[in-house]
Design a protein around this ligand. Structure first.
Ligand code: DC
Length: 229
């Protein structure tokens, strides 16, 4: 890492699926005026590219090649201002957020060569004035020198309830029972894998958001960031 990169402050926000990392990261970054890294999106993109190219989700070598050469662009939509994700020129913004894609991502993310191939791409998001990075191993592996490391948790039931409301709002028909099972399965896969498992960094601050509103969490992280920066 160059000295210039090291000078750029990073806040890492790790935690299990549906712990609210994405929303919290976006709001905190907005308040700080910093950049965002949604590292889960990169694993989702590898999984999506694999499906498009008919590559099995256990073919480590082909998946590493895909991860190394991912042709992806993030472009603002002229009409809504929303950031669109283009994979090989195709808008995959909505497809990327599906449960199927998240589950596939969790499978490709267990492959060490895929994680290694995505490292430099993730670190390249570190640009002035600062970066808020969201994922599972941001504080442990990708940005071990981060100024502030947060590990967000919430009970599996609360996370399932939040995901349920999110999907319902989008008009999708889902069962709470299925969501709870999927969350438990994904937690186990992310936590028990050998490569960069989901564990809090030794110097991470754990924040249990089960009984907190989004505003409470953002305010708490904002206070912590002001103490550390
Ligand atoms: O945060 P998300 O749901 O978009 O992540 C999708 C999957 O990608 C998740 O189940 C595990 C994996 N992932 C990872 O292994 N490491 C990261 N830094 C981010 C995501």
């Amino acid at each position: 890492m160059s000295e210039a990169e090291q000078d750029v402050p990073v806040i890492t926000i790790d935690g299990p699926t549906a712990s609210g990392k994405g929303t919290i990261t976006r709001l905190l970054a907005q308040r700080l005026g910093w950049h965002i890294l949604d590292s889960g999106a990169l694993y989702r993109l590898v999984a999506l590219a694999a499906r498009k190219h008919g590559i099995p989700l256990n073919d480590a070598e082909a998946l590493r090649d895909l991860a190394e050469h991912l042709d992806v662009e993030f472009v603002p939509d002229a009409a809504s201002g929303e950031i669109l994700t283009l994979l090989e020129g195709e808008d995959v913004t909505a497809e990327l957020r599906t449960e199927t894609c998240g589950n596939d991502a969790s499978k490709v993310a267990a492959i060490p060569a895929v994680r290694e191939a995505l490292l430099a791409r993730q670190r390249a998001f570190r640009r002035p004035p600062g970066l808020v990075a969201d994922g599972r191993d941001m504080g442990t592996v990708v940005f071990p020198d981060a100024r502030l490391k947060i590990f967000l948790t919430a009970s599996a039931e609360e996370r399932a309830r939040r995901r349920y409301n999110q999907l319902k709002q989008k008009g999708l028909d889902v069962s709470m029972r299925d969501l709870l099972d999927e969350i438990a399965e994904r937690d186990a896969r992310d936590r028990d894998r050998a490569a960069s498992p989901l564990v809090p960094a030794a110097d991470a601050i754990q924040v249990d958001t089960s009984d907190m509103t989004i505003d409470d969490v953002v305010n708490r992280l904002w206070e912590l960031s002001q103490e550390r920066l």
